[in-house]
Design a protein around this ligand. Structure first.
Ligand code: PMV
Length: 351
């Protein structure tokens, strides 16, 4: 069953929670295997994407809600990250609250204090907007359930992803596990541009204890934001080719995940990472997010795979850090032969 944006819109409730209320939620990060790059309309993707859910790398969020006697037009809130007030994060959250007004009009009825913590080290500079917005969307749906309890679990599940998407596109894929697909594909049942879905196949055992360790080549803020990168896809000379490529690759990737075809999984995952960065390097204006050490690490991974016959590969998001993907049973060997030998910090538990 598919939902439309209309299904998720709500009239302002007559009911308001009476006293102060605390709502907690936690959401995982995710790593895309076939990437979302380029969007249109109200945060809709130009192509479908598929990701692994990183269940151990989570954002935990607590919201303290105080009912307002005279609610205003905008949401009144303060955002705290790892215990510190962070006004620099607030414009993105304010924009999110604005975008969800039709779908969650009740958010303006409260004064919000939002406290967020990440389970992965924040010194890494990896700020996960995906897990952050997914956790906030979960809190909003928990509130909606108290005000409008009549909907089905299916409805609430899809709406969490729908709302998270309006905060950050990839956040749509941070609401369930182990794999999520976001974006409509004619050959994928129930897939939608509006929210992500868990595909209707069992993940092959080979992928059930998979790891993602991040080699921190560069800490801190990205030089070009994803928002700017998505925008450059609007007039990109390879936009149509990329769209076709991603639609084909989603089907290939789902096949490999189903059948446990590790060899082709590795080939496709790396091809996707390089395609993403090739799009950045061929946009107008072009830009390069990879650093010399990004390439060094990539070459080392390929060397280890070829020389030691270990099923390890890399992927990249919109930055210089390298995500190293491998089955859990080679974790020890990789640590000894690879991670312990490179001069970079590594986040191992980004699983
Ligand atoms: O969700 P955003 O707007 O930060 O974009 C994420 C884009 C990539 O991480 C590069 C790819 C993806 O599908 O997650």
């Amino acid at each position: 069953m598919q939902f439309t944006g209309q299904d998720f819109s709500l009239k302002h409730p007559s009911k308001q929670l009476s006293g102060d209320t605390e709502i907690k939620a936690s959401a995982p990060s995710n790593i895309a295997l076939v990437k979302y790059w380029g969007k249109h309309g109200e945060q809709l993707p130009i192509n479908p994407s598929i990701s692994f859910t990183l269940n151990k790398s989570r954002t935990q969020t607590t919201a303290l809600l105080t009912p307002l006697e005279r609610p205003g037009g905008e949401v009144s809130f303060k955002f705290y990250f790892e215990g510190t007030h962070r006004p620099d994060f607030e414009p993105k959250i304010a924009a999110f609250f604005k975008k969800i007004k039709n779908y969650a009009p009740f958010v303006t009825d409260y004064q919000w204090k939002i406290y967020s913590n990440n389970s992965f080290p924040h010194s890494s500079g990896i700020a996960s907007s995906a897990s952050g917005f997914a956790a906030l969307a979960k809190i909003i749906i928990k509130l909606e359930k108290q005000l409008y309890p009549q909907q089905t679990e299916k409805y609430y599940d899809k709406k969490v992803s729908f709302l998270a998407r309006l905060g950050s596109g990839s956040a749509a894929r941070s609401t369930a596990h182990p794999v999520m697909i976001w974006g409509h594909h004619p050959q994928i049942k129930n897939s939608s541009d509006l929210y992500a879905v868990v595909p209707d196949f069992e993940l092959h055992p080979v992928f059930q204890n998979f790891r993602d360790s991040i080699v921190l080549v560069e800490k801190g803020q990205k030089k070009v934001s994803s928002t700017a990168g998505h925008k450059l896809m609007e007039n990109h000379p390879f936009k149509d080719i990329r769209k076709r490529q991603a639609f084909d690759r989603i089907l290939q990737m789902t096949e490999y995940l189903k059948t446990g075809d590790l060899k082709n999984f590795i080939k496709l995952t790396e091809a996707e990472a390089l395609s993403l960065h090739a799009l950045m390097m061929t946009s107008e204006p072009n830009y390069i997010l990879m650093q010399p050490d990004t390439l060094k690490i990539i070459h080392l991974i390929r060397e280890i795979r070829n020389n030691k016959k270990l099923p390890v590969c890399f992927t990249l998001d919109a930055g210089a850090n390298v995500h190293v993907l491998y089955p859990g049973n080679i974790a020890k060997e990789l640590k000894q032969t690879f991670f312990s030998k490179i001069p970079h910090d590594v986040i191992y538990d980004f699983v």
